[in-house]
Design a protein around this ligand. Structure first.
Ligand SMILES: Cc1ncc(COP(=O)(O)O)c(C=O)c1O
Length: 357
């Protein structure tokens, strides 16, 4: 029996008791042998999850820290920002605030980025980097990563920065074979860890680019992360609790098996999709571009979304999202990321039915 409101928002999500217990373990010093053993012990599993032979870094920041870092470490002059929702749209402004020239490749919310448009833009030769959000959490759109990476591969001068914040570990994203230069994710989505921590990996090409650039700062300097990781350490004092929790979560992930984990996310997502169709709702994201970790439901039935979220919370102790930013009330979002199963997602859907009456 859960004694708190359970989160079915698209992050942060419910954190298991096992993970929370690991998060609360006694502290260890981050320059001592115990920490080095901890980092060295989890590193091969992280490389497997990232699909990379490159080092995987632990950042004591939320994902935005690494998103900004990628701009500062990789953009020489001008970056193309692929924009299809609240998070990808904001990356343009973040790049500009970092003093870089940034140009939008904007598509309407609900539609995915078209790889052909990327090709047209990169062919101008104006860009030395591009940003992409794989799974745009605000709209429930999942961009065609394979096709986009194939286009980007035609432009070796362009560093490809990919945010997999809300898709990482729910499906394979093989960084090396896709040719991604920075792949980053946050802790509070499919990894089902407490928020405030992120993971990322960096290609050789991206390290070389970073070495050319001044103004990388210190806290997020990719070369500093690399140097410290070689000794199984982080540049600054990390959130040790998160790393203990990550170790515990990796045990769970590899005990389940990656293939089983990916299949479970696909099945729970399909359950939600079936419910959406059966209840006469539409999807906000176009068919063929729908996320497998969350569903952004279009409020075509004009229901009282605020009333629905209130009923779910007060009567069933479940929390869903009532629409992000300008989509508030026009959509609601249901997450199936993390530890959720057919049983727990089925329970959520039953409670939604109860509240919808
Ligand atoms: C796709 C995506 N990117 C980036 C972020 C930003 O993450 P944070 O607020 O943890 O920095 C989010 C947060 O929801 C997200 O969904």
């Amino acid at each position: 029996m859960i004694s708190h409101d359970k989160l079915f928002i698209p992050g942060p999500v419910e954190v298991s008791e096992k993970t929370l217990a690991a998060f609360a373990r006694p502290m260890i010093g981050h320059r001592g042998a115990a920490f080095k053993e901890l980092y060295a012990g989890i590193h091969p599993h992280l490389q497997e999850l990232f699909g990379t032979k490159q080092p995987v870094f632990l950042s004591t920041s939320s994902a935005w820290g690494v998103m900004e870092a990628a701009i500062r470490n990789l953009v020489r002059q001008r970056v193309l920002c692929c924009m299809c929702g609240a998070f990808s749209d904001k990356w343009l402004e973040v790049a500009q605030r970092c003093g870089k020239e940034a140009e939008p490749l904007q598509v309407e919310w609900g539609t995915p980025i078209d790889p052909r448009q990327i090709e047209t833009q990169l062919a101008t030769g104006k860009f030395d980097a591009m940003t992409l959000i794989h799974n745009e959490t605000s709209t429930g759109v999942m961009n065609p990563l394979g096709e986009i990476c194939a286009v980007a591969a035609k432009f070796p001068e362009v560093a490809l920065i990919v945010d997999s914040v809300s898709s990482f570990s729910a499906m394979p994203i093989p960084m090396d074979s896709l040719g991604i230069d920075v792949l980053l994710t946050g802790s509070q989505k499919a990894l089902a860890l407490p928020p405030g921590f992120s993971l990322f990996s960096v290609s050789e090409k991206a390290f070389a680019r970073a070495a050319e650039l001044k103004d990388r700062g210190y806290y997020f300097d990719f070369l500093e992360f690399k140097k410290q990781q070689e000794g199984d350490m982080t540049p600054t004092t990390p959130s040790v609790g998160h790393i203990h929790a990550l170790e515990s979560k990796l045990e769970d992930i590899f005990a389940e098996g990656l293939t089983n984990r990916y299949a479970r996310h696909a099945r729970t997502n399909a359950l939600v999709h079936d419910w959406v169709r059966a209840r006469g709702f539409d999807f906000f994201a176009l068919e063929g571009a729908r996320s497998i970790t969350l569903t952004c439901v279009k409020n075509n039935r004009a229901i009282d979304v605020a009333g629905l979220t209130k009923c779910l919370r007060e009567k069933h102790h479940l929390v869903i999202d009532g629409g992000y930013g300008k989509l508030k009330g026009k959509t609601f979002r249901l997450s199936n990321m993390g530890d959720e199963t057919e049983e727990t997602v089925g329970h959520l859907l039953g409670c939604l039915d109860d509240c919808l009456g």
